[in-house]
Design a protein around this ligand. Structure first.
Ligand SMILES: Cc1cc2nc3c(=O)[nH]c(=O)nc-3n(C[C@H](O)[C@H](O)[C@H](O)COP(=O)(O)OP(=O)(O)OC[C@H]3O[C@@H](n4cnc5c(N)ncnc54)[C@H](O)[C@@H]3O)c2cc1C
Length: 285
């Protein structure tokens, strides 16, 4: 389908992008365009103006600090997949980046666009939940920080308000001791039908706690709190321990359903992905 006519402005700075955004209630930010442009072509979203933020230096790149890593939201999935510092300090990020879609999508799509879009089948929400990320957002009225736990608020819905721009993603260091990501890909798109991210802390050989992020299964990515508590209560990584934890994790989940996976199959896939991720992390992570 042919897109409708729309104004296009390339922002020259974050304040410029924010000013443009505040002047036009129908304007939309454009990053990689891999979600927004298809939605426009299908007439599923409307905008009067596209504000291109993909090349803004303030929104690009990865910075390592003493106690955290900062990621610019316009950094592409491919940029995150191949960063040597991330592979060493936060290997969950390259693990996930490498299984997003295909090289074309990874070369254009951005982590910020994905997080703001909050697709229930996207990979990054599960990873940000598992890594306890903070989202820095700005508007013409100032800035604020939103934890990943509060960021994904519903189906295709993030906590970002109108006129706000995601400016930075902060992830605490040191990262978890052992991590794993397991994903059942939709055969056509590569999106997660179900996926589980696991981030565990160890002291000597004992798991002392951890975080779990699940995506694809429910209307938004989520953490299973009761299952996470079990990680700090003598979790041994044995088959029976993992099976019990996985059952607890999905006990109260309201699953999505579509032509590819009905609710029972989706829960089944979620359980299998979490089980495999826990085995990976507990035995090799
Ligand atoms: C064929 C295909 C397969 C895909 N497979 C996967 C997959 O396997 N896993 C996966 O996770 N994703 C997948 N995606 C989605 C892909 O990762 C997109 O790149 C991503 O969802 C959106 O990022 P973008 O940079 O393209 O954002 P855009 O399309 O440019 O923007 C998306 C939305 O976010 C807003 N936005 C963008 N940046 C900001 C910002 N900094 N602040 C505020 N708002 C912002 C835009 O205004 C828009 O509303 C797939 C996409 C396609 C087309």
């Amino acid at each position: 389908m042919i897109p409708y006519p729309v104004d296009y402005v390339r922002a020259t700075s974050v304040p410029h992008a924010l000013a443009l955004l505040s002047n036009d209630a129908e304007a939309k930010l454009l990053a990689g365009g891999h979600t927004l442009i298809p939605l426009m072509k299908l007439r599923l979203t409307h905008t009067s103006k596209l504000i291109d933020i993909a090349r803004l230096p303030e929104l690009l790149g990865i910075e390592v600090h003493a106690d955290h890593i900062e990621i610019g939201p316009a950094t592409t999935h491919a940029g995150l997949a191949c960063d040597a510092r991330l592979r060493e300090l936060l290997p969950l990020i390259p693990l996930a980046a490498n299984v997003i879609a295909d090289p074309t999508v990874r070369n254009r799509g951005t982590i910020g666009g994905s997080l703001v879009n909050a697709d229930p089948s996207a990979d990054w929400p599960a990873i940000m939940l598992a890594l306890d990320a903070q989202m820095e957002v700005a508007s013409i009225n100032g800035s604020r920080s939103i934890s990943a736990d509060s960021f994904f608020i519903g189906f295709m819905s993030s906590a970002l308000e109108s006129g706000e721009l995601l400016t930075r993603i902060r992830i605490p260091l040191p990262g978890p001791d052992r991590v794993a990501y397991r994903k059942f890909r939709h055969p056509a798109s590569g999106y997660a039908v179900a996926a589980a991210a696991v981030a565990l802390q160890y002291s000597d050989a004992q798991c002392t706690g951890g975080r779990i992020g699940i995506t694809g299964v429910a209307e938004t990515a989520f953490r299973p709190p009761a299952a996470e508590r079990m990680l700090s209560e003598g979790f041994s990584g044995t088959e029976s321990d993992i099976a019990h934890l996985v059952d607890v994790a999905f006990a109260d989940v309201k699953p999505l359903e579509d032509n590819f996976a009905d609710s029972a199959y989706r829960i089944h896939l979620g359980k299998v992905m979490l089980k495999r991720a826990l085995v990976d992390a507990a035995t090799h992570g």
